[in-house]
Design a protein around this ligand. Structure first.
Ligand SMILES: Nc1nc2c(ncn2[C@@H]2O[C@H](COP(=O)(O)OP(=O)(O)OP(=O)(O)O)[C@@H](O)[C@H]2O)c(=O)[nH]1
Length: 573
């Protein structure tokens, strides 16, 4: 609704300068209200509230503006509504309420985007504190407002409050400055501001004894002042005119003005200064006329109004201080709450960080533990391999060989199954060492180990159980098969290309063979019997295979025939 918007803006512009146009515009806007957006309706409500205080219905303004302050979305409208409550509370002398709204509005001024609107904050604060008699605070805000004032209109309004504060603080004000301010406000069509400055100038002149000038000034000003319909200003100007008329002996005029002020009572406050002045004038007039009864009554009115006014000044000062104190303590408690919330946030953040740190630490600990366990396992495996393995040949060493074969024997003793054991001993190995050196001897041993492994079936175990002694455990193998394997192994060793190893001497091995079917499942016995058979093979001429035979079956002599035939023969025996 663009038309509605431009009407609203026009009404806002003329609200203090052209009362009649303002009223007409508001009427039109209220009729067209259904076309307005929610924000425009709030704006209109603000202007209606403004009109109500001008028309002397401050209670309605207080209600409307304080509700707007609570609910309006637009920060500029909220800000202005807060200021209007403060302004109006000054009229109704409810200064604690005024201070509350004023300071709340000032606190939110930076959320108002429009600079000109923001400026209203200090302007209203200056007016409010002036009206509440706190002229030093009034001056402070007036000067802040004046420092920022950009438009001629705000310059006019600020000079008015500044002049009022300065004069009431008893500070010197240059007449030329005051007159320039009056001219500026007149140019800006701000009759209330003009009237207020003229009132202050008149007070100033009267204080200097220039009652005549003061009276003339106010008489000239009166028609424009009345046109504003601003009862407070009208009351003040007329009360002063009554006083000045009295001073100059113009009792008729003085009485007329005083009675006018009396008629205004209730609109500008029961204990307002104009009313006190009016009663005093009426008392003086009655006294001068010798009407002592009326004089007595007026004096009583005057004394009561004056006392009430003085009481009100005291109460007002107390109220203002109380209000400011409340704001300060509210601000402090808010600040404390904020600090508390901040602390709680910090603690929560730190807790979250600590939890993350603890999880990370836990992960590191778990990972290190896992790495440590893995390394320990590998070390353990390496150590086990080391303790189980013969370093020269890589075969099982004596201890491991024995343990593994004992386990296999125990298992087969339980569930059945044969194990044969071959004991191998290198022939004349000392000669190889002595004549060719240990290095060659080692090479030969490694080659024999390799060849021996080639004769292992799955599950068999080949080990080095002494310097030049080996053993082969053949699992699930009967004596015949064992003998067959032993012969093949002997042949394979004899066929080793010793020269390729740097060994000029023959490499042969004598093998003794025992089996569980003859010796039982005790390792010690099985090995002793395999050894016994091996010694028989040695004594039979070496490079041969001998099968263990129980003593009563052993022949007296072993045929000194090398090779497989001899062993077969022995076995047959
Ligand atoms: N090179 C080398 N020699 C070893 C190793 N362990 C033992 N020997 C040697 O093996 C030889 C064994 O000699 P003997 O027990 O006298 O037997 P032999 O010379 O093989 O004679 P018979 O067994 O009677 O045929 C010794 O010279 C030991 O020094 C080893 O790890 N490396």
């Amino acid at each position: 609704a663009p038309d509605f918007q431009s009407l609203l803006e026009r009404a806002d512009r003329v609200r203090s300068s052209d009362h009649n146009q303002f009223a007409a515009l508001l009427k039109q806007l209220e009729t067209d209200k259904q076309r307005a957006t929610a924000a425009q309706r709030d704006h209109l409500e603000l202007l209606v509230a403004y009109r109500n205080v001008i028309r002397g219905n401050p209670q309605a303004t207080l209600k409307q503006a304080s509700e707007l302050f609570k609910r309006a979305e637009d920060p500029a409208i909220r800000f202005r509504a807060g200021l209007l409550v403060a302004n109006t509370a000054a009229v109704t002398r409810d200064f604690p309420l005024g201070v509350q709204y004023l300071e709340r509005a000032l606190a939110m001024q930076y959320s108002v985007p429009d600079a000109e609107t923001r400026l209203m904050g200090h302007g209203v604060a200056a007016i409010f504190y002036n009206q509440s008699g706190q002229y030093a605070l009034g001056l402070h805000h007036a000067e802040r407002a004046q420092a920022q004032a950009s438009s001629p209109r705000s310059r006019c309004l600020n000079s008015q409050v500044r002049i009022e504060a300065l004069l009431n603080l008893g500070r010197a004000v240059d007449d030329a400055y005051v007159e320039a301010a009056i001219k500026e406000c007149a140019r800006q069509k701000e009759p209330i501001a003009v009237g207020l400055i003229q009132r202050d100038l008149a007070l100033h002149w009267a204080a200097q004894g220039r009652v005549d000038d003061a009276r003339r000034l106010l008489e000239r000003a009166l028609p424009a002042v009345e046109a504003t319909q601003y009862t407070r200003l009208i009351g003040e100007v007329r009360a002063l005119l009554a006083e000045y008329g009295l001073v100059q002996g113009d009792l008729v005029a003085a009485e007329a003005h005083a009675r006018y002020v009396h008629g205004l009572a209730g609109q500008g406050g029961e204990h307002s200064l104009p009313l006190v002045r009016a009663h005093r004038v009426l008392y003086e007039i009655a006294k001068r006329r010798g009407d002592l009864a009326t004089a007595l009554i007026e004096h009583e009115h005057y004394a009561a109004a004056d006392k009430a006014r003085l009481d009100e000044i005291k109460a007002r000062e107390y109220a203002i201080q109380l209000g400011r104190h409340q704001i300060a303590s509210n601000t402090e408690s808010l600040a404390q709450r904020n600090r508390l919330l901040q602390l709680r946030d910090d603690v929560a953040r730190k807790e979250a960080w600590n939890a993350r740190l603890a999880i990370a630490l836990l992960l590191v600990v778990v990972a290190s533990l896992a790495a440590w366990l893995w390394r320990a396992r590998r070390i353990h495996q390496a150590l086990r391999r080391l303790t189980e393995t013969d370093s020269l040949t890589g075969l099982s060493n004596r201890r491991h060989f024995r343990a593994a074969v004992e386990a296999a024997l125990a298992q087969r003793a339980q569930r059945g199954g044969a194990v044969s054991l071959l004991a191998l001993d290198m022939d004349h190995f000392k000669r190889i060492n002595d004549q060719l050196g240990h290095g060659i001897g080692d090479r030969v041993l490694r080659e024999v180990a390799r060849v021996g492994q080639q004769h292992c079936r799955d599950g068999d175990l080949f080990g080095r159980i002494g310097g030049e002694e080996f053993a082969l455990a053949l699992m699930d193998c009967d004596p015949d098969s064992a003998l067959h394997i032993a012969k093949a192994l002997r042949r394979a060793v004899a066929e080793i290309d010793a020269r390729a190893l740097g060994c000029a001497l023959p490499v042969t091995v004598s093998i003794g063979c025992s089996a569980t079917s003859l010796s039982g499942y005790n390792y010690e016995i099985l090995a002793t019997h395999a050894d016994a058979a091996m010694y028989r093979a040695k004594s039979g001429g070496r490079n041969r295979v001998a099968m263990y035979q129980p003593l009563q079956q052993q022949p007296d002599t072993v045929p000194a025939v090398a090779g497989d035939d001899a062993t077969t023969l022995q076995h047959a025996v």
